[in-house]
Ligand binder design. Sequence first.
Ligand code: ASP
Length: 342
Amino acid sequence: MNTPERKNKVLVVYTGGTIGMVQDENGSLHPFELERIFEAVPQLHRTSYQIDSCQLDDIIDSSNMTPSFWVDTANIIEREYDNYDGFVVLHGTDTMAYTASALSFMFENLSKPIVLTGSQLPIGMLRSDGRENLICALEIAACTKVRIPEVCIFFESHLYRGNRSTKVSAENFDAFETFNYPSLAKAGIDITFREHLMMPMPSEPLIVRKAFDNHVAVLKLFPGISPEVVRSMVTTPGLHAVIIETFGSGNAPTEKWFIDALNEGVERGLLIVDVTQCKAGAVKLCQYATSFDLDRIGIIGGADITIEAAVTKLMYLLGNYGDNKQMVKELFAKSLRGELTE
Ligand code: ASP
């Protein structure tokens, strides 16, 4: 007797965003119920895999995203981890790269795909990019021939490593990019997977760490930045880490007041990280004289990490290992989930 073939199973977790929005009478977009997304994509009834869905208690525009929503999303995936082959998280595009990065750090030894997607136009609209994005994300999450042990973003024909992604357009359908890492798959007539670029399959069991410390700040440098602004940032009470968004390959002003302000912060135990404002390329401390002092006073180079990954990685490291500053420093400089090139 033939045993019936087991259907692959995907769980869709809906968090909000444009993909599931409707217009009110004033023309503003608001989130609506998950069932309506499936009404808008009747093709989903023809898939060879099983699709189940659930949603967060609060459906939000992702501009309202906070670490507690990351934890709620992670809790659902952790609870259902053994019951599904893959997960699709429907999410607003505005902070999708932050959530993808945060989830990637939370899920250590991940062996199944978690694919975030969304859209630039609500899925019910005629020209929406949401249908294509959702269907491809589902296909990828359901695929058991190629296993993707990563948190990814699928958007407009590319599968990106989540913690390398950045939203680059508030207008175009190809809204995401990973400037410092090639895409993991490309959807054309076929979906072509680039397995050699993917994280290796872990040999240890899954660990989900859910602590975040949001006492972090980002200081974007610009020519003419004032001492008051820099000093007020590094002396903010309760702050544990500052990311300085520097110029080029990690360069900053060499003026004494600037270096002194940072140095005082470092001496008080503030962790300061150097991430470049450039979208592509990496921080290389000491390549120019304008980063010698940063290196000398103990600022940590962020290599080619994105700002989204740097913020969430610091929140994650401080939340989970905050008692051991040295360990946070060492882990920040290492690639934990493929988020930077060592
Ligand atoms: N504001 C929306 C959000 O991020 C934009 C989108 O989904 O594209 O939730």
